[in-house]
Design a protein around this ligand. Structure first.
Ligand code: BES
Ligand code: ZN
Length: 973
């Protein structure tokens, strides 16, 4: 490629695709998805050797990327300067209509130097912190050394002990410190030591990226690109260094606890009431896994003995008042450590494992080596502060961050395009952990619910991107449901295709080959392929192509020969910037049921669809009574939409008899979707009646006394989320009407089945002297009872208010209390609701997580005047724009409610007002908010589309951050 073309790519490459989602938002959504928050819609819401050439991708696409580079970049200066992680930074304060500059996956180049060793000295003072770093460089491709830095005050630069001056040895750009090739070449010694000194202001850091101050502590968040806000560095994951000495100094009374990664090797007192601690981490790591915590914290301690007999000291820190809410996290950590040994043979590798809970945090949690930092909302739990879902989520997230120690830390990503390598895989691992700790069937349903409500819309919207994106402007925008949840489904497909043992062999080979390295998704696929002697080249399309494939099934039954044949056809939709896609390798797990008896006619079989269309002849083990009923895509064996012309009777049979618990649930979902979409299409929604088959099936479920796992009954009773239904209805969609249609169906169910529901509710109601237990069966019992409560309250009448009021007052734990509270928020004028609103806040007693629940329940209430209520909530003294949890619990929750789409556009105006305000404080959170607000706009009716486009145009002139600007610009594309 000519230089000119290369330049054009850098500067003017138009943005086309992408898509946000972010895990923490997904967690929030999960909260709503559990169902009993109820008539409300689904919230739209959710070493050295290793770094040399052997760590560079071995397989096709990556190689092609490199090859393209080799021919294009040559020695062209401008391209050279783009080595590594460069942004042509878009000014944050200037109005721009242009898309921010993008970085392309195919442009990956190795760094000009590696950093092999680092020593840091961090001196924390009130209002300012000094960071001095000393780095041992190793020449790689050579040339100049562009170090990343953002919001740093540079004090000094020394190379091999000699001070450099600006213009003589280095140049300083807005977000780069460039050490000149001449200076680097001049260093005569073999050891190239570079030293810098900078000053930062953590107290003023509202972005919560880098080092910041949060109430009782200083803490860091470095992933993805926060380390550059701490000190000048090659802030990219393929630069792995040993942090041999991290010295922390601070005032002892303010910061008695000083933590970093690895082992504490020294500590002591200094003058003027100050003290120090020195930490050393024996494992080389990328900068994004570095962490520091300094503050006045309480902790709990325990231990874990690994299978090879190493004793690991476990400690969990939090603000003093939260100390009694840490034990569930500790047990979860111990369970995670044991599980990874048993399932994957993976053992912990250090003598210490610390977790710190912090209240101001952009995400859910972070896997820093031996020093995880967690959002308090995913750490703290006591039965009166956390719901059953919170308990489960905490266990899952503790697992997730622990599992990263192998999938993410020991083997890390070469570049951020490979994010799903660590995140998709680790989500898969945490899903499996949770399945083993609780109910596998229920976990699968929950995960698919989340996928459909969060990832499917993403894949079908303006931000659609493959699990391994091809480009981005702000990497923070790519911590998406696609990279995470679809990424996990892609990993699950390897397991389905290779079997559990085959998958384990692949994992073993992956660690054998890549331990200590920064690698690619192709390296992972190669390990799976080589360990199993399978050709997985077509499977790469799951990494290359965006969009949710549709698999359409048709069948034929030859009664005479007893042959059942199934034809599967796939289509992969066009997505922004990607047309004419190639067929994927899709594992479709199927079974056949007898139409009369509901008995299984064939063993569960995995069909591999690799072509656009293929017909499979299935061998039956039993003689059927007639044309068999197929149970398709069992266990949701691939992240696709499965279409088959099921009759209501077929679905009802599957709902009752399928041996696959996922498909039993799925059949009810299909019936439910059909009911809501039928209502949506009728003129007079208020008089709509669902089909009898559906109502009968619902009744059977309410009365089901055979299924032990009451959660399965609960989930079968919950209609598909509005966000899922939006993907099923035919655009243009009026979301208000869709909401009414769903509510209508709920109401008919509640009215017709009231007696059955009330009876079951009463049976499930705990006796006065019954103890509140947190375990699987008890929480399933609560789940079902709370789903029933939500149905019984749909009328919103005095009887409903009374029932809810009683449920609220007699609740022994947060699960029941919150379920009742949420229902009461839907009948806000009732006396019971007024009392509960006061009581809930008083009972919270200042506990931030409980107060968040108080805000969120009100901000998602199914009431007509929601927006004025939300604005009122924002005037409450407990409200703050600076704390992401609080902001999410009010603003993001509202933005995902049906009321956001009020026909007068007032919801959209509210978003338009909030996004720039939040952006000025915290770009990451603002970008997610913008995405959550507008990503489905193309599915909406013309009037709403126009209103949203107008707001997007205004936003694009608002001088937004790179993060938010990327979203706004992609939305408009
Ligand atoms: N590595 C991420 C946290 C992260 C993501 C930090 C993006 C900075 C930017 C962590 O492992 C993670 O994935 N956390 C999830 C929760 C998890 C259970 C999926 C999160 O924070 O939402
Ligand atoms: Zn993760």
């Amino acid at each position: 490629m000519a230089i000119a073309a290369c330049v054009r790519q850098i500067v003017t490459k138009p943005m086309q695709q992408g898509r946000i989602g972010v895990r923490h938002e997904v967690a929030w959504m999960a909260q709503t998805l559990r169902g009993y928050s109820a008539p409300v819609a689904a919230a739209e819401r959710l070493t050295r050797s290793g770094l040399k050439s052997d760590a560079i991708p071995a397989s096709n696409a990556e190689r092609m990327g490199l090859a393209a580079l080799a021919t294009s970049a040559t020695s062209a200066g401008i391209c050279r300067r783009r080595v590594g992680r460069r942004y042509n930074t878009v000014a944050t304060a200037t109005a721009t209509l242009e898309a921010p500059t993008e970085i392309l996956r195919k442009d990956y180049q190795q760094p000009s130097f590696f950093i092999r060793e680092v020593t840091l000295t961090v001196r924390i003072f009130d209002g300012r912190t000094e960071v001095a770093s000393r780095m041992l460089l190793e020449k790689n491709t050579g040339g100049s050394l562009p170090l990343d830095g953002e919001d740093l005050k540079l004090k000094k630069v020394l190379l091999c002990g000699k001070e450099l001056k600006e213009g003589e040895g280095y140049t300083l750009e807005k977000e780069k410190l460039i050490i000149s090739a001449d200076a680097l070449e001049a260093g005569d010694s073999t050891d190239l030591w570079l030293e810098t000194e900078v000053e930062i202001e953590p107290e003023k850091n509202t972005q919560l990226s880098g080092l910041y101050f949060s109430g009782s502590m200083y803490c860091t968040q470095m992933e993805a690109e926060g380390f550059r806000r701490f000190t000048y560095y090659l802030d990219r994951p393929d630069v792995m260094a040993k942090f041999t000495s991290v010295r922390l100094e601070a005032d002892e009374s303010k910061c008695p606890i000083l933590l970093s990664n690895g082992n504490r090797i020294d500590s002591g007192k200094l003058e003027e009431g100050r003290h120090f601690a020195v930490w050393s981490d024996p494992f080389a790591k990328p900068s994004y896994l570095f962490a520091v915590v300094a503050g006045d914290l309480a902790s709990i301690q325990d231990k874990f003995i690994t299978k090879s007999g190493r004793e690991v000291h476990l400690e969990i820190f939090a603000a003093k008042e939260d100390k009694d809410q840490l034990w569930h996290a500790m047990r979860s950590l111990q369970n995670s450590m044991k599980w990874d040994e048993e399932r994957f043979g993976l053992e912990y590798d250090l003598d210490i494992y610390n977790i710190v809970a912090v209240k101001d945090f952009n995400m859910g949690a972070m896997e820093n080596k031996s020093l995880n930092v967690f959002n308090t909302s995913l750490t703290l739990a006591r039965e009166d502060t956390a719901t059953d879902d919170d308990y489960e989520r905490i266990e899952g997230v503790i697992g997730h961050e622990y599992f990263h120690n192998w999938t993410g830390n020991r083997v890390t990503c070469r570049d951020w395009f490979q994010l799903t390598l660590k995140e998709g895989l680790t989500v898969y691992r945490d899903q499996e952990f949770s399945a083993d700790m609780g109910s596998r069937a229920r976990k699968r349903i929950e995960d698919v619910r989340i996928l459909r409500a969060a990832q499917f819309p993403e894949d079908n919207g303006p931000m659609s991107h493959p699990i391994r994106p091809e480009k981005y402007a702000a990497i923070d925008n790519f911590y998406t449901a696609t990279v995470y949840n679809k990424g996990a489904e892609v990993i699950r497909m390897y397991e389905t295709l290779l079997g559990r043992d085959g998958f384990r062999k692949g994992m073993d080979l992956y660690f054998e080959r890549h331990d200590g390295n920064a690698v690619t998704c192709d390296d992972f696929r190669s390990a799976m392929q080589d360990a199993n002697g399978r050709d997985l080249s077509q499977f790469e399309r799951w990494y290359l192509q965006a969009g949710t494939p549709t698999v359409t099934a048709t069948d034929a039954w030859d009664a005479e020969t007893g042959t059942y044949s199934l034809t599967l056809k796939q289509t992969v939709p066009d997505t922004p910037g990607q047309m004419d896609k190639l067929p994927m390798q899709i594992p479709v797990r199927v079974g056949l049921l007898d139409r009369e008896s509901g008995k299984e006619l064939m063993r569960d079989t995995v069909l591999e669809l690799c072509e656009e269309s293929k017909t499979f002849e299935l061998k039956l083990d039993e003689t059927p009574s007639g044309r068999p009923v197929p149970s398709l895509l069992r266990g949701f064996s691939a992240p696709v939409k499965l279409e088959y012309d099921y009759s209501d009777e077929d679905l009802s049979l599957l709902a009752g008899f399928d041996t696959d618990s996922f498909n039993r649930w799925e059949s009810m979902q299909r019936l439910g979707s059909k009911a809501v979409l039928d209502a949506f299409k009728t003129e007079d929604i208020d008089s709509f009646q669902p089909d009898a088959t559906f109502m009968d099936a619902m009744k059977r479920i309410v009365q089901d006394k055979v299924t032990d796992d009451l959660s399965l009954i609960a989930y079968a009773l919950i209609l598909p989320t509005e966000s899922t239904l939006m993907q099923q209805a035919k655009p243009p969609i009026d979301p208000t009407r869709l909401h009414e249609a769903r509510n209508r169906v709920r109401k008919v169910i509640a009215t017709e089945l009231e007696d059955d529901m009330r009876k079951r509710y009463d049976e499930l109601t705990p006796k006065d002297d019954e103890k509140y237990v947190i375990d699987g069966p008890s929480s399933s019992q609560r789940r079902l009872r709370n789903v029933l409560l939500a149905y019984l309250c749909t009328s919103g009448d005095a009887k409903a208010a009374e029932l809810c009021g009683k449920h609220f007052k007699t609740a022994k734990g947060m699960t029941d209390k919150l379920a009742a509270f949420s229902c009461l928020c839907n009948i806000p004028d009732s006396q019971e609701a007024k009392e509960a609103i006061e009581q809930f806040l008083a009972d919270a007693n200042g506990d931030a997580n409980v107060i968040d629940k108080w805000f969120a329940s009100q901000a998602r209430a199914d009431v007509d005047d929601l927006l004025p209520r939300v604005k009122k909530l924002m005037e409450h003294p407990e409200f703050s724009l600076k704390n992401p949890n609080r902001l999410r619990s009010v603003v993001s929750v509202f933005i995902s409610s049906p009321q956001f789409h009020l026909p007068d556009g007032s919801g959209y105006d509210f978003a338009l007002e909030m996004i720039p305000k939040v952006d000025a404080l915290n770009p990451q959170v603002a970008a997610r908010m913008a995405n959550g607000a507008f990503r489905t706009w193309r599915l909406l009716d013309e009037k709403r589309q126009k209103m949203i486009l107008d707001r997007l145009a205004d936003l694009s002139k608002a001088g937004l951050s790179k993060d938010a600007a990327e979203i706004v610009s992609k939305m408009q594309a």
